[in-house]
Design a binder for this molecule. Structure first.
Ligand code: SF4
Length: 465
């Protein structure tokens, strides 16, 4: 669409995007129901952070952002239509596949409230309310979900809540327990900490290529059987294997599109899409942003845009941008813009949910396939496993530097950054940094900027050696 209007790929601030939006509409842009100018998200819902971000100028990116930023409205509309809403917590990518296998059911992650204070520049007061509820800044920003349940100002109350526990971070378990004590019943299912199979022990291959003991896979399968019973009870009809198989095929459709997008974007000699849009695209795989069919359409359009740009030799960033592998999501999205401003580009990423990107096996019994997918979660096994995959992707995509983003207060990451950086330095020899990024990073920008600049400079210096 952007090419047909004669506009080369580039990034635009919010005001410029709204001017472009008017031009696109005049030129005949047709949009889904949730479409509209990006600027409205600031004054209608208070997503103030958007004023400080730069966005890709394609119509495909406009649709992506509008889809992301209208999720709560779309969930409320689904509720009005009488659809069931499942709040699924912590597993990131497995239970939603089951929920969407049922008709008239939508699943979303209340964990996503994590982003609300970041997008609203803390004007929503969620973190302050969490403080008053005794969940203070020693917890990660996911604590925002607790007051979000109480105020109901963000997402609608789910009809059913399900949460994985066991090998998950202490922050989340503590917050979810508090939620239950406040009167929100939760179906808990247990995720064991993944371990390597002992010599001679029966083992299963996981999506992504790892191994887990068969006994652990069986355990998770039994736990997911309980989740299946809960979902069946919610809708008053059994969730069958046939429905689950269809649900897995549809989830894989999304994952294949995302896989093709990542390959095209990361593999291109010059970046055809900025890092922010790539991050949002990855996030769609978690629970399809509450609309699985629309996720397919959004990703398909984005993929066509990227393929077209690549075929025409167009890029959104300079050809000599330093290729950076990025680990963990950023609380303040502005930092990804800054990386690009200083001459970097993201050419690979592990945003803590790589198991939601890998294809789910389609030839296994469906709950067995989903159990293996859940066990492939990078956050339920040793950090060394995660580091191994990061090293392999750094090599595959020719990364020249690595950034580990740290999340303030997060209990999962006391040592992971150091382990990942050591592995990447030892095996690929890349310069690495870790950055702690708060929900609003303005006060730290000078420090963050100089650290990013130093990293990119070190990477450029290696080119000439
Ligand atoms: S501590 Fe880490 S894993 Fe746990 S909820 Fe926060 S960001 Fe997620």
């Amino acid at each position: 669409m952007s090419e047909s209007l004669g506009d080369a790929p580039r990034k635009l601030g919010l005001d410029a995007w709204d001017q472009r939006y008017a031009a696109l509409r005049q030129a005949g842009l047709s949009e889904p129901e949730y479409g509209g100018p990006l600027g409205r998200h600031v004054f209608e819902r208070g997503d103030l952070r958007l004023r400080h971000l730069e966005f890709d100028n394609s119509a495909a990116a406009l649709r992506l952002w509008n889809f992301l930023l209208t999720e709560n409205e779309r969930l409320r509309q689904a509720r009005t239509r009488g659809e069931k809403i499942v709040g699924t917590m912590k597993d990131l990518g497995t239970v939603p596949v089951m929920a969407y296998a049922l008709p008239r059911v939508r699943a979303f992650y209340p964990d996503g409230a994590w982003w609300t204070p970041c997008l609203m520049e803390c004007s929503d007061g969620l973190l302050q309310q969490a403080d008053l509820q005794g969940i203070d800044g020693s917890f990660c920003p996911v604590r925002a979900l607790l007051p979000a349940f109480e105020t109901e100002a963000h997402f609608p109350q789910p009809d059913w809540l399900v949460c994985s526990t066991g090998a998950v971070c202490d922050d989340f378990t503590a917050i979810a327990q508090r939620l239950e004590r406040l009167g929100h019943p939760i179906c808990w299912w247990e995720m064991p900490r993944r371990r390597s199979p002992d010599p001679g022990e029966p083992a299963c291959t996981l999506p992504g290529g790892g191994l887990a003991p068969a006994v652990q896979v069986q355990w998770v399968r039994d736990e997911l059987e309980r989740v299946r019973a809960g979902l069946s009870g919610l809708v008053g009809q059994p969730l069958t294997d046939e429905q689950l198989r269809d649900g897995i095929r549809e989830a894989n459709r999304v994952r294949r599109l995302l896989g093709a997008l990542r390959e095209a974007a990361h593999g291109a000699p010059s970046a055809p899409l900025p890092a922010l849009e790539l991050l949002v695209a990855e996030m769609l795989t978690l629970h399809f942003c509450s609309d699985r069919d629309e996720t397919v359409a959004v990703l398909a359009e984005l993929l066509v845009e990227v393929q077209t740009r690549c075929a025409q030799g167009h890029a959104v960033l300079a050809a000599n941008a330093v290729r950076v592998y990025w680990v963990n999501p950023v609380a303040d999205l502005r930092v990804l813009n800054r990386l690009e401003e200083w001459g970097g580009r993201v050419c690979g990423s592990d945003y803590m949910f790589t198991h939601a990107l890998d294809l789910i096996p389609e030839t296994l019994p469906p709950l067995e396939a989903l159990a293996r997918t859940a066990l492939a979660d990078p956050m339920v096994g040793p950090t060394a496993d995660r580091a191994e995959r990061i090293v392999a992707e750094c090599r595959a995509w020719g990364a020249e530097a690595l950034v580990v983003a740290r999340i303030p207060g997060a209990s999962h990451c006391a040592r992971e950054g150091a382990i990942i950086r050591e592995e990447v330095r030892a095996k690929v020899g890349l310069p690495t940094i870790d950055l702690e990024i708060p929900p609003v990073c303005d006060a730290m920008l000078p420090t963050l900027d100089s650290r990013l600049q130093a990293l990119l400079e070190a990477a450029r210096a290696r080119r000439s050696t």
